[in-house]
Structures are given as C-alpha cells and as structure tokens.
Design a protein around this ligand. Structure first.
Ligand code: AMP
Length: 273
C-alpha cells in the first residue's frame, strides 16, 4: 500500500495504475461500515484509493472538529489489510488555500434536515468531495446510505457538474443490537449507548408499521417520537428520494430519517424503503 501525503504523491502513485479506480473518501477512525465500502471498491475496481481527511470546512463553529477521533496507525493497518492500493492522507494546507472558490449546496435540499441544524455543512462537504474527486479521478466513488442527504447531494453535484463518475451507495452497517456504526459512537458512555438504541428501535418500529400497511407519515412519526423519548430529537422526517416531505410512505421511494442528541453526541440514522 502506498501512502500519499500530497497531491503530487497521489498522482505519482496513480499514474502507473491501469484500469478502473474505486475511491472511498473517509474522515478516518475506520470501522466495519467503512470496511464494506472499501470491500465493494476492491471487488469492483482494479485499483482502490481511500482518503482519510478530517475536513475542517464541514464542521460548524462549536462542533467536534478538534476532538473528532483520529487513529492514524489503526486506520493504516485496516486499509492495508483490506487491500487498499493507495491511501491518500493529505493535510489541511495541501487541500485548502486562501480565499478559494467554493461549492454551494443547493438552496432547498442543502438547507433542510441536516442543513437546518448544520447550515453550511454541506457546502464544506461538497467542496472537499469535489476536490478529492478531482485529485483521485475515480471511475466509481463509494458512499454510505447512512449519510443519506450527503449521498443525495453528492450525486446531484456529480450530475449538475457533468462529472463522469459513478456514485455507488452502500447499505448502513449496524452493531448486532441495531446501533448504526459511526466514528462518533466512541463519544458515548455505556448508558448513553443504551439510550442511543432508541434511534434504531424507532426506525425498526417504523418499518414494522409500514409492513403492516400503515403508510401515514404523521402516524409513523408520532410513534417514532414516542419511542425516542426522552432523547433530544432534532428531526424525524419522512421524505422521498428527492428529499421532499411526503404525507404517505411510497414503497421504493421513501427514506425515514432521524437526528437526535444523546448527551452531547449528535447521531443520525435512517431507513430506506
Ligand atoms: P465518514 O468517515 O464518517 O465521513 O464516512 C465515510 C463514508 O462511510 C461515508 O460515505 C459514510 O456514509 C460511510 N459510512 C459511515 N458509517 C457507515 C455505516 N455504518 N455503514 C455504511 N457506511 C457508513
């Protein structure tokens, strides 16, 4: 595995590679969720590139940028064992200059749900993903459905800017008790971790209701909110794939999303149906 710490080193490493390139952008503190993205990239491409970059522009003032988990050595090992060919590990100075052009998230879809709690977050996400995609120039890039709105906006950016990259979406990987894997789970105390299970439990109950034929978004939301008590819920939303709120679940075109704080840790999860 080649570790490229600059764009020059990255281009040099990729110059000699032939065939398709699969790319998995991450912020590190890798877990099995990341691993499934890397494994899919490994299966479907000749060369696999993973980036680890904690992108400062997607954190709002007061968010967890400085305490975001960093585990360089363990991450390098995971990448190596997963058959990654090139690990791109740039620093902030290598990624950003002064007074730069930025990508803006769309006015509507970028400022609902996550965009309400975290205004400007998606500008940072889209800007760094644009930079990374232009540096790596992959055939395919892999993203998790866990970050559903992010996935939708990246797909939209790639379409809007006519970028010839296939965006591949991967299912959310969970612990055996239902908790969606997240780098931020390390912030949870044992008691908070138990509390956090209410999030996946509420989504499981929503799925059950839909399977029983209850398609009313409001009644599903109300039941979810009851299960989520006493968590500090930021939103429970039922949207179609275009991220428009819908009064009734449409099978094959619905995402049910939750964002809630457990203690000081903000967690998101969702289910696609
Ligand atoms: P992050 O390092 O949190 O920026 O995540 C990097 C990529 O991994 C994103 O595309 C996430 O959606 C994806 N990801 C994070 N958690 C999971 C999970 N539990 N299952 C599947 N993919 C995930």
């Amino acid at each position: 595995m080649i570790i490229a710490r600059s764009i020059l080193e990255l281009r040099k490493a990729l110059e000699v590679k032939k065939g398709s390139v699969g790319f998995v952008p991450t912020m590190g503190a890798l877990h099995i969720g990341h691993r499934t993205l890397i494994d899919a990239a490994r299966r479907e491409n000749d060369t696999v590139v993973v980036s680890i970059f904690v992108n400062p522009t997607q954190f709002l003032p007061g968010e967890d940028l400085s305490k975001y988990p960093r585990r360089e050595e363990a991450d390098f090992k995971i990448c190596e064992l997963s058959g990654v060919d090139v690990l791109f590990y740039p620093d902030v100075a290598g990624m950003y200059g002064e007074d730069e052009v930025r990508i803006c998230a769309p006015d509507v879809r970028g400022y609902i749900l996550e965009g309400v709690s975290r205004p400007g977050h998606f500008d940072g996400v889209l800007t760094v993903v644009m930079k990374l995609l232009n540096q790596v120039r992959p055939t395919r890039a892999y993203f998790g459905k866990k970050d559903a709105q992010q996935l939708a906006l990246i797909t939209q950016m790639v379409n809007n800017f006519f970028m010839h990259i296939e965006i591949v979406s991967m299912e959310t990987v969970r612990e055996s008790d239902g908790l969606a894997l997240s780098s931020r789970n390390v912030y949870l105390s044992a008691i908070e971790r138990q509390e956090a299970l209410k999030i996946s439990a509420s989504l499981k109950q929503a799925t059950k209701q839909v399977m029983q034929g209850n398609l009313s978004s409001e009644s599903i939301r109300q039941e979810m909110l009851t299960i989520l008590l006493p968590l500090d819920v930021e939103y429970v939303a039922i949207v179609n794939r275009a991220f428009e709120l819908i009064p009734e679940v449409i099978l094959g075109d619905t995402i049910i999303l939750v964002a809630a704080r457990v203690g000081t840790t903000r967690l998101i999860d969702n289910v696609w149906m």
